[in-house]
Design a protein around this ligand. Sequence first.
Ligand code: MN
Length: 202
Amino acid sequence: MQTDTPTATRFTVRELPYAYDALAPQFSEETLHYHHDKHYAGYISKLNELVVDTPYASQSLEDVMLSADGAVYNNAAQAWNHEFYFDQFSPRPQSAPQGALLEAIDRSFGSFERMKTQMTTAAVGLFGSGWVWLAAGPSDELVVVSTPNAGNPMREGLRPLLCIDVWEHAYYVDYRNRRADAVAALWERVDWKTVGERYEHK
Ligand code: MN
């Protein structure tokens, strides 16, 4: 007879907000299956193993990400980061920022193009695995930050708006080692309406 383990599936895998083939050719169906079903779902699964019989089992994913350390942190942050990442793309994206977000980008970077260039340079230059973020600071100024491995700018008091996953698993199937090509393609799928809502809804 098996023992009852009610907390073992506490965190659940969120479905993609679009079909697996909806972001091709920038992200292939194979990449999204691997990225969502193996990598992201793997972090959720590992996290569920780690939090059994700990105080984390009764917390939200975001609270775990904000307070945990070590392996619990790594898996919670990777799960949170991937949900945030998948949510920012669309089969029919708004192709440029508007309104308050565009004004903030112009204030902080000079132009939308300069913001994209700064983020692309950071993504191409980040050594190893990690994430590059567009984030808002305490006075709503925008910054580009690089975080290694499972980093998240909320741990530094910043509000994330957009992220680039530069782990090889995010692009190797489609682009092999050409990270710059992967980042260039990513811009074509970013939905700036979603990013603008993140900026305005604090
Ligand atoms: Mn990833």
